[in-house]
Design a protein around this ligand. Structure first.
Ligand SMILES: [Zn+2]
Length: 277
């Protein structure tokens, strides 16, 4: 009997504990963050390195594109992503901050982005709010949510929010100053930051829901990740995370919980839901 319990524990419970760490990786601001400060050759290197790392870890992403950033040079990147089995979602045409524009402007910007993305936009259609800002008033928030639903969009929530974009800004500066020591220091700090944010949202999920959830990570297509995504994905792998698609992650019932946050902060989905324990 005792043996049977041990066997059941090892065969059923243990894999469940291990498998409960599931992560979808999403990458924003395609084709390349701050593309205009890089040469085409540098852009190609950034893109290829990130793509190679994704391949190495067999991670299938949804990449969110800023419509106005697509041009005749870089559109091959979107072709390549699709050819490699990744998906492409809408991240608006001009990446507006919802608080600073009208509802009409924002809706048009989404449609403009969709029109440009037509040859590449994946099904289901995903939308990612720029800066994760969904509306500072209930009216603005509800109107946009309903608009997106009417346009058959699935909102690409984020559970592991972070300040990776700030590390990238410093990293770019060090890169152009050819300060390799500084770059290394920023890179290592970035990895520490991502570990902290991951633990933070893992424990938030456990506190709010009594379990871990299928997490969704937000990072960007930038110089920093061309050098450090490999370390980051290796860390998740060593921490026994399993990579899943955004579609799989969004099947977690947590994402059906009403998002009750009204305000101008761009925050994690976990911070938007209030649950009585
Ligand atoms: Zn963005």
């Amino acid at each position: 009997m005792k043996m049977l319990i041990i066997i059941i524990f090892v065969m059923i419970i243990v894999p469940k504990i291990i498998l409960s760490k599931e992560l979808a990786v999403t990458i924003d601001d395609l084709p390349i963050v701050h593309a205009n400060v890089f040469t085409q050759k540098q852009q190609k290197i950034i893109f290829n390195k990130i793509l190679k790392t994704l391949d190495k870890y067999n991670v299938k992403i949804v990449g969110f594109v800023i419509g106005q950033e697509i041009n005749s040079y870089n559109h091959y990147m979107l072709d390549t992503l699709l050819a490699k089995g990744h998906s492409i979602g809408n991240h608006t045409y001009s990446h507006p901050y919802y608080k600073e524009v009208t509802i009409d402007f924002y809706c048009n910007d989404i449609l403009k982005g969709e029109k440009i993305l037509e040859p590449w936009l994946s099904e289901p259609k995903y939308f990612r709010y720029p800066m994760l800002h969904q509306g500072e008033t209930r009216f603005k928030k509800d109107t946009m949510k309903n608009f997106l639903l009417g346009q058959h969009y699935t909102i690409a929530h984020v559970s592991i929010d972070n300040d990776e974009w700030m590390y990238n800004a410093d990293y770019e500066e060090a890169f152009f100053n050819k300060d390799e020591n500084k770059m290394k220091e920023i890179g290592l700090n970035y990895l520490e930051h991502m570990k902290e944010r991951t633990y933070f949202f893992e424990s938030m999920a456990n506190n709010k829901l009594g379990r871990n959830i299928k997490h969704i990570l937000l990072i960007h297509m930038n110089l920093l990740n061309s050098d450090y995504l490999e370390n980051l994905l290796e860390w998740y792998k060593n921490e026994k995370w399993h990579y899943i698609t955004l579609q799989e992650a969004l099947s977690d019932p947590v994402y059906q919980i009403e998002d009750q946050y009204i305000g101008d902060r761009g925050i994690s989905f976990l911070e938007r839901i209030y649950i009585n324990p």
